[in-house]
Design a protein around this ligand. Structure first.
Ligand SMILES: CC(=O)N[C@H]1[C@@H](OP(=O)(O)OP(=O)(O)OC[C@H]2O[C@@H](n3ccc(=O)[nH]c3=O)[C@H](O)[C@@H]2O)O[C@H](CO)[C@@H](O)[C@@H]1O[C@H](C)C(=O)N[C@@H](C)C(=O)N[C@H](CCC(=O)O)C(=O)O
Ligand SMILES: Nc1ncnc2c1ncn2[C@@H]1O[C@H](COP(=O)(O)OP(=O)(O)OP(=O)(O)O)[C@@H](O)[C@H]1O
Length: 522
């Protein structure tokens, strides 16, 4: 069941709390019209976005990078907000807007209170579901989906929050952020409790940690998979980006952790973690409690054996190519083991260890699995690290040539582009560079940086075709039976962001259409 155009999933029978209680618990001043009765007002939900306000909400008018949320107070009231929480500057904006509902004024940045206030409003503080968090640079969404699938196999009712979707049993909405703002997260958790969800898998971005999006949530188990360059536009340098991920491994946030220690960054997390961690190694000779061995891999999937302490073991397979997918599955399995869910219980719910994972837009095949013609995969990878992992994997399993098409985000970490181009051209036979989300940048300037990196590698044939629709058709025209086309970037997305406009574009639909035109898909 999809919940239509909703921006957030909320409980149907909400908790309610008096403003007087919120004011007292969080040291807030109550101002605005109707002061005399303000303390008697009750709120039933929290929204940070005036467009997503539901009747009874506390609307949190937050200062942002571009504007002050309190400037949207009138819209919030029109949609049924019962009170506003904001800072002193916001209170003035609310007064100017002439809205007549109580205003809670915080001396702190409202973001610092949002998690705890939302937990108080939604009553999620004592929700006793197992909560799992996954962080790292590449593969978080994949681990979260695998975890949800494995939890289901163990007979556990599951919810998830990822870059692609938020999901409560059969209720699904598309996501706008990898990690939702705290108000949305607690609303989602409250709905999960209503639906008797027993375990929640949450994808955790570094931005979520530093922007208080996880406040009021305590994880039973967190995992770290890998780390490579990304988001330097936000964090400035790799060390700050890493520190944001490491901060998840503290007692305030989580009880225990699982860490892939193949890389020096993973080893650092294991060493510097402030909570007990167990380690997973896929490299031979690496010290760890858990070891993963890939037993076979083809374009149709990967099989593995996982061995842990005290005889714990699991033999399984994932229907997506790449040894890193086995690693993602292993991480999910160890997280469950750490949460006290026996691996035997998971295995009992699967057919010979086959994990029936569908991960939207992650190495998702657009052609028919097993077909003898060219095979076409759409992916969400947008870092050099993800490109390298995928192209290494394809190098092992692709029967023919590898044709790799991709673009890069505008207005995001520009320093990673040359390396993306280089890695692509080292791993593929043909590279087609097209546009992704140029945002406010000239698309040809983004392409030029990618092309520089790709041409500098002196390996693949490098082609520039800005229009992704034409690039898809070009890739198909170049492919022969046995060849693999991999289109990285757009994954599950349904739009291109160009100069402030969201233009409808689904790479998956486009590719399917082009394959039909070429007679490669019925
Ligand atoms: C840099 C960043 O994280 N920005 C987030 C921040 O935006 P902002 O400070 O610019 O907000 P603003 O536009 O000035 O608006 C201020 C306030 O007014 C509100 N508003 C605004 C307009 C309106 O009509 N009504 C309204 O209520 C907004 O909800 C906000 O509370 O607060 C907004 C509201 O929650 C977020 O949507 C926005 O995320 C933007 C879209 C974003 O791109 N974030 C990225 C960097 C991000 O967080 N990415 C990570 C990692 C992804 C990955 O792993 O690749 C993620 O977790 O998604
Ligand atoms: N364990 C892994 N190691 C390296 N690359 C991976 C791994 N798992 C997946 N990938 C690659 O990274 C891409 C992105 O995967 P996924 O969406 O799961 O990552 P993510 O961390 O959630 O990224 P984002 O936060 O941007 O959504 C995949 O489509 C695949 O190409």
């Amino acid at each position: 069941m999809s919940t239509g155009d909703a921006l957030s999933i909320r409980p149907q029978t909400p908790n309610q709390i008096q403003l007087s209680e919120l004011a007292e618990r969080f040291g807030l001043a109550v101002a605005g019209p109707g002061d005399g009765h303000a303390a008697d007002t009750a709120v039933t939900g929290v929204s940070l976005d005036s467009r997503d306000v539901r009747p009874g909400d506390l609307y949190v008018g937050m200062p942002g990078a571009k504007r002050h949320g309190a400037a949207f107070a009138a819209q919030a009231v029109a949609l049924g907000a019962r009170a506003i929480l904001t800072d002193a500057a916001g209170a003035e904006l609310v007064a100017e807007a002439g809205v007549s509902i109580p205003v809670l004024v915080s001396a702190q940045h409202p973001r610092e209170l949002l998690g705890d206030v939302s937990a108080a409003v939604y009553g999620t503080g004592d929700y006793d579901a197992k909560v799992f968090g996954v962080t790292g640079t590449n593969g978080k969404t994949s681990v979260v989906y695998l975890l949800a699938e494995l939890l289901r196999a163990a007979g556990i009712t599951t919810g998830l929050s990822s870059t692609a979707e938020r999901r409560v049993s059969d209720e699904v909405i598309p996501s706008n952020l990898t990690s939702p703002e705290a108000s949305e997260l607690h609303g989602l958790l409250a709905r999960m409790r209503e639906r008797s969800v027993e375990a929640v898998a949450i994808e955790v971005s570094a931005q979520a940690v530093v922007r208080h999006r996880l406040d009021g949530v305590h994880f039973d188990v967190v995992a770290f998979n890998n780390f490579s360059q990304d988001h330097l536009d936000e964090f400035g340098d790799l060390e700050s980006y890493f520190a944001a991920k490491l901060a998840l491994f503290t007692p305030e946030r989580a009880a225990r952790g699982v860490v892939v220690v193949d890389s020096p960054y993973g080893q650092r997390v294991a060493r510097e973690s402030q909570i007990p961690v167990t380690r997973l190694a896929t490299a031979y000779g690496q010290q760890a409690e858990w070891h993963l061995a890939v037993t076979s891999q083809t374009l149709d999937g990967v099989s593995f054996v996982l061995q842990g302490p005290e005889g714990a073991h699991f033999r399984g397979s994932v229907p997506v190519f790449g040894s890193f997918m086995a690693e993602n599955a292993a991480l999910a399995l160890i997280m469950m083991h750490e949460a006290g869910i026996p691996l035997e219980r998971v295995a009992a719910g699967l057919d010979r260890g086959r994990i029936p994972a569908y991960i939207p837009g992650r190495l998702e095949e657009m052609t028919q699995p097993g077909s003898t013609g060219p095979r076409f995969f759409v992916d969400y990878g947008h870092t050099a690290g993800a490109f390298e992992a995928m192209l290494d994997a394809l190098g092992e399993v692709a029967p023919g040539k590898i044709i790799f098409m991709f673009g890069a985000d505008g207005d995001r970490d520009t320093t990673k582009r040359e390396e993306m181009g280089r890695v692509a051209a080292v791993g593929a036979d043909t590279v087609i560079i097209c546009d992704y989300h140029p945002r406010s940048e000239p698309p040809e300037a983004i392409r030029a940086q990618l092309l520089d990196g790709a041409r500098g590698a002196n390996h693949a044939t490098v082609i520039e075709e800005g229009d992704p629709r034409r690039a898809v058709r070009l890739a198909i025209s170049l492919a022969e039976p046995g060849d693999v086309i991999l289109y990285a970037g757009p994954g599950h997305e349904d739009h291109q962001e160009v100069a402030g406009q969201f233009i409808p574009y689904s790479a998956r639909d486009e590719v399917r259409g082009a394959l039909r035109e070429a007679g490669l898909l019925s």
